[in-house]
Each structure stands twice: as structure tokens, then as C-alpha cells.
Write a protein that binds this ligand. Structure first.
Ligand code: HEC
Ligand code: HEC
Length: 77
């Protein structure tokens, strides 16, 4: 019984670790025409800078290589 509990905890820990490195902790870009195939941060900021269509929150990490964190959501076909 005790071994089962330890095993379950172990599985949860491994799953949690894999999830944490899977890149899903950052919001993904929607798979729409606005986001497909963009590689230039300056283009992102054309919409996501302060005062634009969809500004980033004030708490947003002050980093500029958007694509290091934000991956393209896969299009479901
Ligand atoms: C033409 C304007 C436009 C451009 C260019 C653009 N975005 Fe967006 N983006 C939007 C809009 C509008 C939304 C929110 C609407 C939606 O969810 O479809 C959005 C949503 C997002 C989201 C999801 C935010 C959330 O709340 O979940 C992320 C992440 C994102 N964009 C990142 C990027 C990155 C990185 C780039 C550059 C590679 C980029 N965007 C380029 C307009 C744009
Ligand atoms: C260091 C990783 C990282 C980088 C680099 C990064 N982001 Fe984000 N982004 C995040 C995280 C984490 C969140 C979720 C913040 C939250 O929910 O408070 C987020 C959220 C967003 C959102 C949703 C609105 C918001 O502020 O929560 C947009 C839009 C967005 N980022 C756009 C961009 C753009 C455009 C760039 C490039 C200029 C960029 N991000 C670079 C980590 C990053």
C-alpha cells in the first residue's frame, strides 16, 4: 500500500516535470492569419505594444525575443 502511494507520487512528479518543460506554460499564439509565419518581433509589437490592438500586460516579462516563449499553436486540420 505504501509503495503504491510512493509510485503515484513519483508518476505525478514526472508528469509535472514534463509538463513544465513542454513549453505550454506560456500562452501560445493563436493559429490564425495574424500569427502564422511571423518571425520578426517588430511585427508582433505592431499589434502587441502599448496602445495597439492587443497590448501586453504590465506584468509581462520585459523580453523581446517573443518566439523564445510564445510558440505557434498547431492548427487542427
Ligand atoms: C495583426 C496584429 C497581430 C500581430 C502581427 C501579432 N498578433 Fe498576437 N494577437 C493579436 C490579437 C488581436 C490577439 C488576441 C485575439 C485572439 O486570441 O485571436 C493576439 C493574441 C496573441 C497571443 C495570445 C494571448 C492570450 O491572451 O492568450 C499571443 C501569445 C500572441 N498574440 C503573441 C504574438 C507574437 C509573439 C507575435 C509575433 C510573432 C504576434 N502575436 C503578432 C494580434 C496580433
Ligand atoms: C521570457 C518569456 C517571454 C517572452 C520573451 C515574451 N513573452 Fe509574452 N508572455 C509571457 C508570459 C509568461 C505571459 C503570461 C503573462 C501573464 O499571464 O501574466 C505572456 C503573455 C503574453 C500576451 C498575452 C497578454 C498578456 O500580457 O498576458 C501577449 C499578447 C504576449 N505575451 C506577447 C508577447 C510579445 C509580442 C513578445 C515579444 C515582444 C513576447 N510576448 C515575449 C512570456 C514571454
Amino acid at each position: 500500500m505504501k509503495n503504491t502511494a510512493i509510485f503515484i507520487l513519483f508518476v505525478l512528479a514526472v508528469t509535472g516535470f514534463l509538463y513544465s518543460i513542454s513549453g505550454k506554460k506560456y500562452p501560445q499564439m493563436p493559429a490564425n492569419a495574424d500569427h502564422m509565419g511571423i518571425t520578426d518581433t517588430a511585427i508582433c509589437l505592431g499589434c502587441h505594444d502599448a496602445g495597439k490592438v492587443y497590448p501586453r500586460k504590465e506584468t509581462h516579462p520585459p523580453k523581446f525575443e517573443c518566439l523564445k516563449c510564445h510558440k505557434q499553436k498547431r492548427k487542427k486540420t
